[in-house]
Design a protein around this ligand. Structure first.
Ligand code: NAD
Length: 516
């Protein structure tokens, strides 16, 4: 029988490797290198708060298409004339939301709960039921200011993922010198499977639950994957509803439409920031973006804006993919035409697939395209070690959060592929979110040129400090001062970015002390 002494000496179980522990590897590496204060390390290792809660909503009736095989048994079912077409809302997954008013005044032929629409297809009518969704908000750290970070609506989310993304925000807000901490959250939902009014109800209920946890000086959400300015408007409405000073609460979310207090330039800010970093990377080498080629993963907010801006700088997009497919054109893809194609309301999936100016290729072949730059702008963990071995690019600028696994990072270093890490490359979004928040507080409105100018200075200044840390080249120029951040040895760029973040956060704890 194991004595108590033996039990005490039993080796600690190896901690399970998770998205969070993987994401924190670089934190530990940088913390070791700068001998981060032990207590600061403990403060940063785990989030301040992890909230998990549930959101319920009543869904609407749906029409679900039958397979051609099953539809045969209804071959003589007459067509239902739809007088009020606006009452039908087609979803990206092929289902149709049937609003109560849709069939008003129409001749309806229903058999065993099935009807045929004017598109010729037979649909099963499924009554709307209530559904429960899991929701999260992780508040990682607030040493430098209110928690700040996006809300994601996506099927594949978890507490572990949001912990990793919230910590990333803590590093990113420190790197971009905005007075915020880090947070992240969202709902486990595929928004493409729900109608506009359903998403509205879910979002309002989400904020109803979230309201006691956040505030314009406490925790400020923003858009992320699957959310957008419309969702931000709903969140603002729900948060401020009935409040006497609701105009003072506009800063509760950023990424709003400019007509209701959003900032000029916020929509494109993350893509713009990626492009500023790439521009500065080449300027540092005495080169320009003009004539360079690039490959892009993801054509959503970040990807499409980055592509448009890089194309405007004279770079050529060779291949791009999204969740639905991959396209390639060796002569270059016309990014403006592609954006128009994706935004066309007829393109229900908002996908690049089927774009006439390029050919379809397999997703796996995206990684084999030879180009100067790769911009991952989709989800995390996409560039694995195997993919890193195959890549035929010279520079990766991480538009997405955490797109490269730690193993892939090591491969990239071995292969000499250069990296602009996510916590600087995609910091443009949170930087302009800060500008939006200030404008809301001051009731001001800045022009797009002013926003862009400030963003360019902020991105390039901090990216230069990171490059200096990486090269161990302490110096002061008109634009930046890296002397207090270099550590006396060279490090890779991802580690350099983390060193900058940790030194800035640590200063708060060391100078202000810890509240008891
Ligand atoms: P989005 O929802 O607008 O776009 C996501 C894109 O990725 C879509 O084109 C989607 O089809 C594609 N995609 C999804 N899964 C894919 C897959 N498996 N393979 C290829 N493509 C896939 O989201 P977004 O706001 O552009 O965010 C993209 C990334 O950038 C995320 O990692 C997000 O956390 C990060 N980010 C966003 C912002 C911002 O301001 N929106 C700021 C910083 C970082």
């Amino acid at each position: 029988m194991a004595s108590e002494e033996n039990f005490m000496r039993a080796p600690a179980p190896t901690p399970k490797r998770t998205v969070y522990t993987e994401a924190m590897e670089i934190f530990h590496r940088a913390a070791d290198l700068i001998r981060l204060d032990k207590r600061v390390r403990l403060e940063l290792e785990e989030p301040d708060y992890e909230h998990i809660f549930y959101v319920t909503a009543k869904l609407k009736d749906r029409l679900i298409p039958l397979s051609p095989e099953k539809a045969k048994q209804f071959s003589d079912l007459p067509e239902t004339q739809v007088r009020n077409k606006e009452g039908l809302e087609a979803l990206a997954n092929g289902n149709i939301i049937l609003n109560g008013r849709a069939l008003l005044g129409s001749d309806v032929a229903i058999r065993q709960g099935h009807l045929r629409l004017p598109d010729g297809k037979v649909y099963q009518l499924v009554p709307g039921e209530s559904q429960r969704f899991k929701a999260y908000r992780v508040q990682h750290n607030q040493a430098r200011g209110p928690y700040k970070g996006g809300l994601r609506y996506h099927r594949e989310v978890s507490l572990d993922l949001f912990k990793a993304l919230a910590a990333e925000m803590t590093w990113k807000t420190a790197i971009s010198e905005v007075p915020f901490g880090g947070g992240k959250g969202g709902i486990q939902i595929d928004p493409r499977e729900y109608g506009r009014e359903e998403l509205e109800a879910i979002t309002l209920r989400f904020m109803y639950r979230l309201k006691s946890l956040i505030g314009p000086n406490i925790d400020i959400p923003a858009p992320d994957v699957g959310t957008n300015p419309e969702i931000m408007a709903l969140l603002y409405r729900q948060f401020s509803d009935g409040e006497r000073e609701r105009h003072n609460l506009r800063g509760i979310v950023t990424g709003k439409d400019v007509r209701i207090g959003g900032s000029e330039g916020r929509g494109k800010a993350t893509g713009q920031g990626v492009a500023f970093c790439i521009e500065d990377y080449y300027a540092d080498r005495g080169e320009s973006v003009k004539g360079k080629t690039f490959v892009l993963q993801g054509f959503g907010n970040v990807g499409s804006h980055a592509a448009n801006i890089l194309a405007g700088m004279g770079a050529r997009l060779l291949a791009v993919n999204d969740a639905d497919g991959t396209i390639y054109n060796g002569d270059g893809i016309d990014v403006q035409a592609l954006s128009a194609y994706v935004q066309d309301p007829k393109n229900l999936k908002r996908s690049v697939l089927g774009f006439p100016g390029a050919q379809k290729i397999e997703k796996k072949d995206l990684w084999d395209v030879q180009a100067d730059i790769l911009v991952p702008a989709a989800l995390g963990g996409e560039i694995t070690a195997d993919i890193a071995e195959r890549l035929k690019v010279k520079l990766i600028a991480e538009g997405a959060n955490g797109p490269t696994t730690p193993e892939a990072d090591r491969v990239l270093q071995k292969r000499g592929i250069e990296l602009i890490p996510d916590i600087i490359a995609n910091a443009g979004g949170v930087t302009v979110s800060y500008y939006e928040w200030i404008q809301n507080k001051r009731m001001e409105r800045w022009s797009e040129a002013e926003v862009d100018q400030r963003l360019e200075r902020a991105m390039k200044r901090n990216y230069r400090i990171i490059r200096d840390i990486s090269r161990n080249q302490p110096r002061k120029t008109d634009m930046h001062d890296s002397r207090q951040y270099c550590i006396g040895e060279t490090v890779d760029t991802r580690c350099a970015a983390m060193i900058l973040a940790l030194k800035r956060i640590e200063a708060h704890y060391l100078l202000e002390g810890f509240s008891q």
